[in-house]
Design a protein around this ligand. Structure first.
Ligand code: BG6
Length: 498
């Protein structure tokens, strides 16, 4: 890869993301020999800690979550590159000390002053961190070097706050040095959507409203509000937490026109056009017709009983925050006119699975209409994003035997059997890309803002309108509220069973 040596400074280094995702990703890159030699990792956070204590905490989590296991010898080398820097996020002096420390590291490494700032703190500090980086001169790179920033989610909580954050980011770093992370774009199977569509010739001619009846995107999670997550989640909700970013990104990859090239702007120009073409559900009536929100009631998941959303730790007992959303998205373009995209996401569903299914129109019903099994429906192409990564195509076939009977069968591609090894974690790829200066798999300013514009109308109808659409209930461990089924039934569709 073209990733270059640099110092990676992680703000919010004592948090969950650093321990569960970022450092294990860097460690696994090191194991695979992908991490450029000379990368240093500096954890910036408020708590007082020594390097040794910081490293020990990281090792503990790495043992638990690392994709390639935890090799004590490799870790021992790796952890030498990890340091801790204690400072308040609001204390400019801490950033000046950081600048000195980075200069020292650069001198030791032989003068290469590349810096990658990763902002993974609580969101209320994003602005201040950026301002302080600028005040300490850390946003400027030395000659021939670069300074880049990765901004974690949530990127704002609505359009105005996202615009504000974009302003702060853009007056601190240039857009080309700004990497708004959406880890779904780093998933191997999400990257494969463009390849499936544009490196094969049999799908794209059918990829339009002439041949496609409807498209579904489902992201099911079995988790609820473990580990104190309710505090953040109850202020966000499913729509902000996952639809605004991850699922609308997947949708734009499925719906985009072929880009003119694979450059960051080539790809993102096409994605943003999709987001811009989404029909706006901008009245409470339209929201009512096209969007369903829900909360889980107590139930059973994975064989154990779990509490309802409002009983969760750090969730308001009268909360009006959704842990489930299902919506119909209409993309008003020549290609997609009339094709509904059904998108749903929920906590405490029966299992963890994300998939996209493309439902093709049924063939003319003239030959087999009197034959048993003929009504089983048309072709469905399923892109399994996770965890059982792969693609399957449903076809109708003759059931072997003397009489003519039809039955659906499946052609199935599994990453695990075809490639024989697990895919890298999304964060591995994204960190490498940022070190290489490739922003293709990161969200551009206009993408983020277009997505918020769409989301804001729905939030407004839910929280500010006097005839707000209601909050549906579903039992934890079920596939969501009845209203979500009804949303599709209106158009003669049903959710695919996962
Ligand atoms: C995060 C959300 O961005 O993505 C979480 O905040 C969600 O609520 C997570 O659980 C899902 O990521 P993944 O990669 O496990 O599907």
């Amino acid at each position: 890869s073209r990733a270059e040596a640099c110092s990676v400074v992680i703000f919010g280094a004592t948090g969950d993301l650093t321990h569960r995702k970022l450092v294990p990703a860097l460690y696994n890159l090191a194991v695979d020999g992908e991490l450029p030699p000379g990368v240093k990792i500096i954890g910036f956070a408020r708590r007082d800690k020594s390097d040794a204590v910081f490293r020990e905490g990281l090792a503990e989590l790495n043992r638990e979550v690392s994709r390639n296991g935890h090799d004590e010898a490799i870790w021992a080398d790796f952890e030498q590159t990890v340091h801790y820097h204690q400072s308040e996020f609001t204390d400019l002096d801490g950033y000046k000390r950081l600048a000195e420390r980075l200069d020292e590291i650069d001198r030791d490494r032989g003068g290469k002053g590349n810096r990658l700032f990763y902002i993974a703190s609580a969101p209320e500090f994003f602005d201040e961190i950026l301002e302080n980086l600028k005040a300490a001169g850390l946003n400027q790179a030395a000659d021939g070097c670069w300074a880049r920033v990765i901004v974690e989610k949530p990127f704002g909580t609505d359009l105005p706050s996202a615009q504000h954050l974009n302003q702060v980011v853009n007056h601190t770093f240039e857009e080309k040095d700004t990497y708004r992370i959406d880890h779904y774009l780093g998933k191997e199977t999400a990257q494969n959507i463009m390849v499936l569509r544009f490196a094969n010739s049999i799908f794209e001619p059918l990829w339009n409203n002439q041949h496609i009846d409807q498209i579904q995107i489902t992201c099911a999670e079995h988790l609820g509000m473990e580990g104190g997550r309710g505090g953040y989640y109850d202020k966000a909700g499913a729509l902000r937490d996952m639809i605004q970013n991850h699922l609308l990104q997947l949708l734009s990859l499925v719906a985009m026109e072929p880009p003119t090239d694979l450059s960051a702007d080539g790809v993102r120009d096409e994605k943003v056009k999709v987001l811009r073409s989404m029909r706006q559900w901008d009245t409470p009536e339209l929201v009512n017709e096209n969007v369903v929100r829900g909360q889980y009631a107590a139930g059973h998941v994975d064989g154990k009983s779990v509490v309802g959303y409002r009983e969760e730790d750090r969730v308001d007992p009268e909360s009006m925050t959704e842990a489930y959303v299902a919506l119909r998205v209409m993309i008003d373009t020549w290609r997609w006119s009339g094709v509904p995209f059904y998108v749903r996401m929920g906590k405490r569903l029966p299992k963890k699975a994300t998939e996209i299914s493309i439902h093709f129109k049924s063939p003319p019903n003239v030959l087999f209409n009197a034959i048993p099994g003929a009504a089983t429906g048309g072709n469905v192409l399923v892109i399994r994003i996770q965890p059982d990564e792969g693609i399957s195509l449903r076809m109708v076939s003759k059931l072997p035997g003397a009489s003519l009977r039809l039955e659906p069968v499946k052609m199935d591609f599994h990453y695990s059997t075809s490639f024989g090894k697990g895919s890298p974690e999304a964060y591995e790829r994204l960190l490498l890309d940022a070190m290489a200066g490739d922003a293709t798999l990161f969200a551009r300013r206009d993408e983020v803002e277009e997505a918020w514009k769409f989301i804001d109308h729905i939030e407004r109808a839910w929280h500010e309108s006097s005839n707000a659409p209601e909050m549906a209930e579903y039992t934890a461990g079920s596939w969501g509220p009845k209203a979500a089924d009804e949303l599709l039934e209106k158009s003669g569709h049903t959710w695919r069973r996962l």
